[in-house]
Write a protein that binds this ligand. Structure first.
Ligand SMILES: [Zn+2]
Length: 459
């Protein structure tokens, strides 16, 4: 039995005379993932569950095919969520063409959201991107850092799915869904992945655009394993170096890089490496990886009281050994982090900067002076990192079914690590950081830049 890819499924035309029967069959089979549709050119496409259920309904569908004098060309397998999406979109389009007001029932709207998430998980996507204009909607996934699989979807179906989710599934969405309002919320749901229920948290950001609105959903798997440093794919010597840095009783360890380059994961892996005899307070906006062994506190960056700078001060009164800051992005937080390190705490944090030397400059721009940074024991190390795309081995990066047409099969973490040696302190005091960088490069220091250029092999 052949499997039809989501791409090929998207290109099929559904046989209009059988749409109602297929919808009926699929909507009643939502619980056990039974779904089927018939294409205009005579293919009956069903989910594995439908195929295995030996249900008379599939036979009935085929008989209907013959009754309506449609060709009968055979069976293909497809994912239930993909089949449902195609059917629900076709139904929404039909309702619109008949000028019926769309009466999308609640179950179907909820199912549409679950199907979206299921499709994202199957594609190994980190985010779901939806774009709405007055007439249309489009869907794309971010897979290994790239936007892939953009398809047109029914505006009605997707908008109803988002509205239903925000209005009924969210624990922190306290308004009624309005397309033209900026809003962010979290949604908890459970979807089937490889037949097992998986608990998912979605961070939803919605904002108006020129002629519609955009919705971005970041997927967080609640049962996701918290990685160890050795799980990150780094060289063993590098893992050892990081482990030694984390043995220090106090000081700042800062992870830098642009958004979406795995900083949060590295921070979580570092926190996991710390001994259980340490009290770790982690301040995060938002909490992305659930870490049961530490005290995670949600922070709201722009809040007058719950901001990072204030929450670091609060944390300092709670007898911590380690304070973890999900992002230093203002002067208040930079100063608070510095104070925490100065008063004998280990501080792990991320910051937006291009490379290690860029971090020093950024901290100075945020009001932590060179003299302050050069003080012994305050700065421990800076890490700058990127995720480098690994080309798909099957198609050689040109795009194929295996890599969801992204040309990429996974990403490799690369790093440069700058321990805060006396040479770094001297360079800070004498304002000669660029000279130091040149010297380090001559001595064979492994900078980030060349690692980004090198083609990294998959094995
Ligand atoms: Zn490929």
């Amino acid at each position: 039995m052949h499997i039809i890819s989501p791409h090929e499924l998207a290109d099929l035309v559904i046989a209009e005379p059988l749409l109602e029967s297929c919808l009926q069959y699929t909507d009643t089979g939502m619980d056990n993932d039974s779904a089927a549709l018939v294409s205009e050119d005579g293919l009956l496409i069903c989910s594995t569950a439908a195929w295995q259920s030996n249900s008379i309904s599939l036979v009935n569908l085929q008989q209907l095919q013959q009754l309506r004098q449609l060709p009968v060309r055979g069976y293909l397998l497809a994912d239930a969520s993909d089949i449902r999406s195609r059917l629900h979109d076709a139904d929404a389009l039909r309702q619109r063409q008949q000028h019926n007001p769309l009466n999308l029932d609640h179950t179907r709207a909820q199912q549409a959201l679950e199907d979206l998430v299921q499709q994202a998980l199957q594609r190994d996507a980190s985010d779901i991107h939806l774009l709405f204009d007055h007439e249309h909607a489009s869907l794309a996934f971010r897979v290994h850092g790239r936007m892939v699989g953009r398809v047109a979807r029914s505006r009605e179906t997707l908008a109803a799915a988002i509205a239903a989710a925000l209005n009924t599934r969210s624990d922190d969405f306290h308004e009624l869904f309005d397309e033209q309002r900026l809003s962010s919320a979290s949604i908890n749901l459970s979807v089937l992945l490889d037949g097992k229920p998986q608990r998912i948290r979605l961070r939803v950001q919605k904002s108006p655009t020129r002629n519609g609105f955009a919705v971005t959903m970041r997927i967080q798997c609640e049962q996701a394993q918290i990685p160890n440093l050795s799980d990150l794919g780094l060289a063993p010597e590098l893992v050892q170096q990081l482990q030694q840095l984390l043995c220090q009783p106090a000081g700042l360890i800062i992870v830098a890089g642009p958004t979406g380059q795995g900083k949060t994961t590295t921070l979580a892996a570092m926190n996991r490496e710390l001994p259980s005899t340490h009290k770790i307070i982690s301040l995060e906006d938002p909490i992305e990886i659930i870490q049961p062994h530490i005290e995670q506190k949600p922070v709201i960056a722009d809040h007058p009281e719950l901001n990072f700078a204030n929450m670091v001060k609060v944390a300092l009164r709670e007898d911590p050994d380690v304070i973890s800051i999900s992002e230093i992005r203002d002067a208040g937080t930079a100063t608070a982090a510095y104070t925490a390190a100065l008063t004998g705490h280990l501080v792990t944090a991320t910051i937006h900067a291009h490379d290690c030397f860029g971090v020093l400059q950024r901290l100075m721009d945020l009001g932590v002076s060179a003299t302050a940074l050069a003080q012994p024991g305050v700065l421990r190390a800076i890490i700058a990192q990127r995720l480098v795309a690994l080309p798909c081995q099957v198609c050689g990066a040109s795009g194929c079914v295996e890599c969801q047409h992204s040309g990429v099969r996974g990403r490799q973490l690369v790093m440069e690590v700058l321990p805060a040696t006396s040479a770094v302190a001297d360079a800070l005091r004498t304002d000669s950081l660029s000279t130091l960088r040149q010297q380090l490069l001559q001595q064979g220091w492994q900078a980030l830049e060349p690692q980004l250029m090198e083609p990294v092999s998959c094995d």
